[in-house]
Design a protein. Structure first.
Length: 151
């Protein structure tokens, strides 16, 4: 019998998230991005899901990564668009174009911060939004993704 192909999740991290661990720990905690990616990889492996993580400070690279998904099938996306959350119609349009369901994650509670952070260009097209739960937010999003794509 042919082996069942495993489902896949892509995790996208936006600008400045490469500085996690050093960057404003009061807002973003002490975990590095490598710590978060390792936690996600472990959870995905346990669930027999293939998971890739990608961080970029470039809007163009993030958009091109999404466009490339037209060829490589991905079942679910977890994205922290970081500052692009509040600015990028282009990244929003790329997500709309590829029609892969996604959860928007923020480490900090964007609604408890400056007013310019209260608006997201992604939330209304996301399956859901997790904001303010730190690194755990990514794991909760992954648990949701695993459950959804395994059903
Ligand atoms: C962030 C919140 C954004 O407002 C900010 O620009 C970030 C990180 C978060 O994870 O809390 O870079 O997305």
């Amino acid at each position: 019998m042919a082996e069942k192909t495993s489902k896949s999740v892509l995790v996208l991290h936006g600008p400045n998230l490469n500085l996690l661990g050093l960057r404003e720990p009061d807002h973003y905690g002490n975990n590095t991005l490598a710590d978060i990616d390792a936690l996600l990889a472990k959870r995905a492996k346990e669930a027999n899901i293939s998971l890739a993580s990608f961080q970029s400070n470039s809007e163009v690279e993030l958009i091109q990564t999404l466009h490339a998904l037209a060829d490589k099938k991905v079942d679910f996306i977890i994205i922290n668009p970081a500052a692009f959350t509040h600015t990028s119609v282009a990244l929003r349009d790329a997500l709309s174009a590829i029609k892969v369901p996604f959860v928007e994650v923020h480490l900090s509670n964007i609604y408890a911060r400056e007013t310019f952070r209260h608006h997201s260009y992604f939330s209304d097209i996301a399956v859901g939004v997790i904001s303010g739960l730190g690194a755990q937010g990514y794991l909760l999003a992954l648990d949701y993704a695993i459950k959804t794509i395994s059903d």
